[in-house]
Design a protein around this ligand. Sequence first.
Ligand SMILES: C[S@@+](CC[C@H](N)C(=O)[O-])C[C@H]1O[C@@H](n2cnc3c(N)ncnc32)[C@H](O)[C@@H]1O
Length: 288
Amino acid sequence: MGAGIIQREVKRLKWTIPSQRPHESTDLLRRIDAYLTAAGVDAAHLTLRDLYALDQVHAFGYSATMAHLAGIELTADMHVVDVGSGLGGAARVLAAESGCRVTGVDVNAAMVEAASVLTHRVHLEHRVAFVAANAMELPISDGTVDHVWCHYVTMNIEDKKQFAREAARVLKPGGHLSVVEVVAGPNAPPTYPLPWALRESESFLAGPRVLRDAIVAAGLVIVVEQGDLPRPPWPPGPRVVQRLDVVIGDWETREHNMITARRQRQVTDQFLLACKPDRSRQRRPARL
Ligand SMILES: C[S@@+](CC[C@H](N)C(=O)[O-])C[C@H]1O[C@@H](n2cnc3c(N)ncnc32)[C@H](O)[C@@H]1O
């Protein structure tokens, strides 16, 4: 695919992305490789499953990705943009499950580099590619995307209206945006560090209506609005234990605080599915 199509659709960017320190992506890949070696994985025959412990960078990992996927409809002819694609775990699952092609966009260049390397290793690079860019200005042309997917990213985004405007801009008429995010619960605020932020000043956790209203203001129509999604089981076979400590520093404290925050309803999850109206399909008034 991928690279050619992405290049055609890439636009000139105004928003900057943080410059990558030369060692960052190498460090991340080194930690991932050390984990794979310790887990006894044959790097020459890497499978998607081998990566599930660390490449689904969100609570409940692969199971939550599958729950999100079960709430939407993807087909092989679709182009999906994964906003905040992280290590590309969800992007690879979407492509493998539905046959669609996916462009992952992430502001962290080290994540983009690692996502690309892992995707090559599982031979999905013909359908899944990654670009370093900001969700505030997606490097994608107007009206070219069938589905915008976003999982556990908006807590890092202050300007949720701009996020929603960009998703609406790149979608084709009739295309969909789906988001799974953490939202502030009735007993907020939670204690930091949390998985997405070391301190409150870095976090843009908001109540459930904030993103919803931003999506509506961007001209999309909410189709589904739901709290926690029912989670399908992990794939059959030996149990997969999540190892996000390989990817995110100070993971133990962050995870502990997140478990407490969920239990005390300081945070909850939210799933939103929205559609871009297709004006050409709306009925014209009958001529007199
Ligand atoms: C918790 S991770 C989730 C990764 C992925 N969605 C997943 O579920 O595995 C959040 C990701 O969002 C990215 N991110 C945060 N703010 C962003 C922005 N403004 N534009 C693009 N990516 C962003 C981060 O760099 C990080 O990789």
